[in-house]
Design a protein around this ligand. Structure first.
Ligand SMILES: Nc1ncnc2c1ncn2[C@@H]1O[C@H](COP(=O)(O)OP(=O)(O)O)[C@@H](O)[C@H]1O
Ligand SMILES: O=C(O)[C@H](O)[C@@H](O)[C@H](O)[C@H](O)COP(=O)(O)O
Length: 168
């Protein structure tokens, strides 16, 4: 069994609970937490705030910064909340930190839209949710990770994620 500290990316579309569940999971696991929203270049935040979806070029340097954080935390472990919507994005992260595991917070557009809309003071406009679902690629069987249903309490989601990590 691999006893090294967990290195986890909590992924999913905007409003799926990445920040909430990621922070709680990090606390449960006793490892540092970071939110990929804080690693976006200012231009990316400005673009999303203005209602435009990011493209692969916008996400390139951001993914490199997230991968660097993961590689830096390989020894002590960590949890990063990051949309990581496409498999190619997850491949970039995996290249930096090969033992990264992915927890995909997955659910219906209806539930997630409700949560996203009820979240106060966030830069991400609700209008961009469709573009997030449009490019979302769920985890492939050969990727290291698990899907957790968003339609349950935060505690239950963290329980599932922590159980997956413990059993790896
Ligand atoms: N399991 C849950 N049950 C109810 N509300 C939730 C749950 N998970 C997250 N939320 C709420 O939904 C909103 C979006 O969650 P957030 O963590 O900001 O998502 P993301 O980081 O993926 O955009 C927040 O207001 C958060 O408090
Ligand atoms: O790749 C992207 O398009 C963005 O990273 C996006 O997926 C992310 O969701 C935003 O940064 C909004 O932040 P929230 O996910 O916290 O809503």
């Amino acid at each position: 069994m691999n006893r090294s500290a967990p290195l986890v990316v909590v992924m999913g579309v905007s409003g799926s609970g990445k920040s909430t569940v990621g922070a709680a999971l990090a606390q449960r696991l006793g490892v540092p937490f970071a939110d990929a929203d804080d690693l976006h270049p200012a231009a990316n935040i400005a673009k999303m705030t203005a209602g435009h979806a990011l493209d692969d070029t916008d996400r390139g340097p951001w993914l490199e910064a997230i991968g660097t954080w993961l590689a830096d935390h390989d020894g002590r472990g960590g949890v990063m909340s990051c949309s990581a919507l496409k498999r190619s994005y997850r491949s970039v992260l995996h290249r930096h930190a090969p033992r990264t595991e992915f927890i995909h917070l997955a659910g219906s557009r209806e539930v997630i839209a409700r949560r996203q809309a009820s979240r106060p003071g966030h830069f991400m406009p609700a209008s961009l949710l469709d573009s997030q679902f449009a490019i979302l690629e769920p985890l492939a069987p050969e990727e290291h990770g698990v899907e957790v249903d968003v339609d349950q309490s935060v505690d239950a989601m963290v329980d599932e994620a922590a159980a997956y990590v413990a059993g790896r």
